[in-house]
Design a protein around this ligand. Structure first.
Ligand SMILES: [Zn+2]
Length: 292
């Protein structure tokens, strides 16, 4: 049985009532770990915007050869996507309710997807992790231990983030997949990952779900940075569908924690299927050449 968005809203509303009534402790009270707060959609959106700005600045002020030498920003895949094939990826989970909702949709439409999980959250939500692990449609990858920007931390810290993230997902990450937080690659981490036989997964299409606000609109600055066309500035769903169509498929980056993705995911799947797109896992042989 698929929880509809309406049912999801209703359960959030009911939970709110219970919190007000003091039956269920408020989320802050539940979280003696700061994990939920540290990776909340709002907090994470702020981080993405910040790191995105430094990326733009660096790209403008540094020549392409230097960026290449420093292994910068390799997560944007420039190789053409496999024709009309899409691999959905969901980062920054697991996330209560949202993970279950995505899994239910994958089951309903019988399509695979990859979940790049944050080690800290894996540790905090073993029940959710088990659900993902049990799903025949889900593949799990490492998205670091605590989701730092690898450009801002030492080599030692980068290694520790990868290793701790790996330890947390050891039994789950059977395909040895890694995705950089914010897509921010470094040569040192690349080297370590290669020596560990980990495959680095980037994306063809950044859904920019974080850039759309709670009303479903994106401001002009973010629209430019995300390549959202003027007619799609109030329409996340059309932005994702037209971006996939412009690439003729490919690996799509989404986040479990962003409400826009949750609200529009089913319609995106339906529309792309109707347009002849087939959904595959990033571990499918057709996607092998995009993993590094
Ligand atoms: Zn992330």
């Amino acid at each position: 049985m698929i929880p509809s968005i309406h049912a999801l809203r209703l359960s959030v509303f009911t939970l709110g009532l219970f919190i007000l009534a003091g039956i269920v402790p408020a989320p802050q009270a539940l979280a003696d770990t700061p994990v939920a707060d540290a990776h909340s959609a709002k907090e994470e959106t702020k981080n993405i915007k910040k790191h995105r700005l430094s990326k733009l600045k660096e790209k403008i002020t540094t020549d392409e050869e230097t960026l290449k030498q420093n292994c910068r920003y390799e997560s944007d895949i420039s190789l053409a996507a496999p024709m009309k094939e899409v691999a959905l990826t969901f980062d920054d989970g697991p996330e209560p309710e949202q993970t279950e909702y995505i899994l239910a949709l994958l089951r309903k439409y019988q399509i695979p997807a990859t979940f790049f999980m944050i080690g800290e959250k894996v540790q905090a939500h073993p029940d959710l992790v088990r659900l993902v692990q049990e799903s025949e449609y889900a593949v799990i990858g490492n998205h670091s231990w605590s989701h730092p920007n690898f450009h801002d931390i030492s080599i030692k810290e980068q290694a520790s983030e990868i290793e701790k993230g790996n330890a947390a997902t050891a039994a789950l990450n059977t395909h040895q997949l890694f995705r950089y937080p914010y897509g921010n690659s470094t040569c040192d981490a690349n080297q370590l990952l290669t020596s560990m036989k980990q495959k680095i997964v980037g994306w063809h299409v950044d859904s920019c779900d974080w850039a759309f606000d709670h009303k479903g609109s994106v401001d002009l600055k973010e629209a430019v940075s995300c390549g959202v066309t003027p007619q799609n500035r109030n329409d996340y769903k059309e932005h994702v569908i037209s971006s996939v169509q412009a690439h003729h498929g490919g690996i799509v980056l989404m986040h479990e924690i962003h409400p826009n993705t949750l609200r529009q995911l089913e319609e995106i799947i339906i529309r792309l299927q109707a347009d002849g797109y087939r959904f595959k896992s990033v571990t499918d042989p057709d996607f092998e050449k995009y993993l590094r």
